[in-house]
Structure formats: structure tokens, C-alpha cells
Design a protein. Structure first.
Lengths: 111, 118
């Protein structure tokens, strides 16, 4: 089955700086890669996703890049704000339905 | 985006009792729903995949007789924790699959149910 590794497990950045979270996956059949943000005690919220036919996708301060050859994808947050502080999960899925999640990255943005 | 509700949001029960958790997709039909368990500061662990009108598919190590899943309609799936014990205390989150393109779904999560078994 799919195995998703996520790094780092914790990340602290100064407000205004950029944050990068990286994930690798093992199953070459995976073709869908969403990122979720989970605030303490709340549900994971889909923030951005990318499919394997695209190398990069951007939505305001958030971007995701995908390297299918190397089987890794990354989340980039620019101009970080305190409200970006949360746990971020990457996931990988093949076609539809089931997703395999990374272990999460706790991002702290220091004012 | 798609809205998924979950009820109850938290429950405290005595050891040995059963607890039912409901997951509803409010503004879309979900042929597939997923049940996860999340321990503090850990990732989401998939327990089972629930398809409307058929038996759920359980992940390895998840006892299907203990965690009963019913997906009676395209908008409702239930998880029943039978004969709950303290080690079943956890945060249970459901998600509903919704199409984002041909042959592709993404998942939208419910708000979760915090279960404490005394």
C-alpha cells in the first residue's frame, strides 16, 4: 500500500517568513495530493490540492509543487501570519476514494 | 465547499456501553464515507471505508464487530462503538468523498466526535 512521509514534524517561523513542508510517497499509482490544515480540536480543512498532470498550483499565499519522478510534493506558505499556525497534513491517493495521510507538521508562526 | 456534520460533538460514557456517532453530508450525496480515529498530536488513522448500501471495508487491525458501520443512505453513515472501554477514548472523525473531477474524489471532514469512556 501507499506510504506517505512528511517532514518536518514541527516548524517555527517568524511572521512574514515562508514555510515549506515536504512529503514523499511510495506508490507511483497515486495521482491526487491534497493538503489539509487542522487547528486544535477542529476538523481538517482542505486548503489546496494538486493532481499528477500538474507540476505546480498556487492559491494566494499557498502553493503546492509536485515532482512525480521523485515522488515528492511540497506545500509552500509565503508571508506567514499567526493564523497560519496549525497542524498541516499531506495526503496521497490513487484515482479516487482512499487517501493515505502523512503524520502531520505542527507549524508555529511567531508574531 | 461541501459541508459534513457529525453528531454528537462529544460524549462521555461508562465502560461497557455502546455509542453511536452520525456523519451526514448536508449539501451533497456521498457514495463513500470514511471513518478515522485520531489520537492527541497524531495523524489521522483510517478505520474503515463505508459505501452506501454495502458492507464497510475495515483496515487491518480494526475490529469490525466492535466498530459497527452502517451507510444507510447517500447522506448518512453511522459508527457504533460497541461495549466501549477506556482505550476506545479518542477523537473520531468522518469524511465524505465528493467528486472533483472524472474518476476523482476529495474528502471533506466532519467536525469530529470526542469520546471519553470512563
Amino acid at each position: 500500500g501507499e506510504n506517505v512521509e512528511q517532514h518536518p514534524s514541527t516548524l517555527s517561523v517568524q511572521e512574514g517568513d515562508s514555510a515549506v513542508i515536504k512529503c514523499t510517497y511510495s506508490d507511483s499509482a497515486s495521482n491526487y495530493f491534497p493538503w489539509y490544515k487542522q487547528e486544535l480540536g477542529k476538523r481538517p480543512q482542505l486548503i489546496i490540492d494538486i493532481r499528477s498532470n500538474v507540476g505546480e498550483k498556487k492559491d494566494q499565499r499557498i502553493a503546492v509543487t509536485l515532482n512525480k519522478t521523485a515522488k515528492h510534493f511540497s506545500l509552500h506558505i509565503t508571508e506567514t501570519q499567526p493564523e497560519d499556525s496549525a497542524v498541516y497534513f499531506c495526503a496521497a491517493g490513487a484515482g479516487s476514494y482512499q487517501l493515505t495521510f502523512g503524520k502531520g507538521t505542527k507549524l508555529s508562526v511567531i508574531p | 465547499g461541501a459541508v459534513v456534520s457529525q453528531h454528537p460533538s462529544w460524549v462521555i460514557c461508562k465502560s461497557g456501553t455502546s455509542v453511536k456517532i452520525e456523519c451526514r453530508s448536508l449539501d451533497f450525496q456521498a457514495t463513500t464515507m470514511f471513518w478515522y480515529r485520531q489520537f492527541p498530536k497524531q495523524s489521522l488513522m483510517l478505520m474503515a471505508t463505508s459505501n452506501e448500501g454495502s458492507k464497510a471495508t475495515y483496515e487491518q487491525g480494526v475490529e469490525k464487530d466492535k466498530f459497527l458501520i452502517n451507510h444507510a443512505s447517500l447522506t448518512l453513515s453511522t459508527l457504533t462503538v460497541t461495549s466501549a472501554h477506556p482505550e476506545d477514548s479518542s477523537f473520531y472523525i468522518c469524511s465524505a468523498g465528493t467528486p472533483i473531477g472524472p474518476y476523482q474524489e476529495t474528502q471533506y471532514f466532519g467536525p469530529g466526535t470526542r469520546l471519553l469512556v470512563l
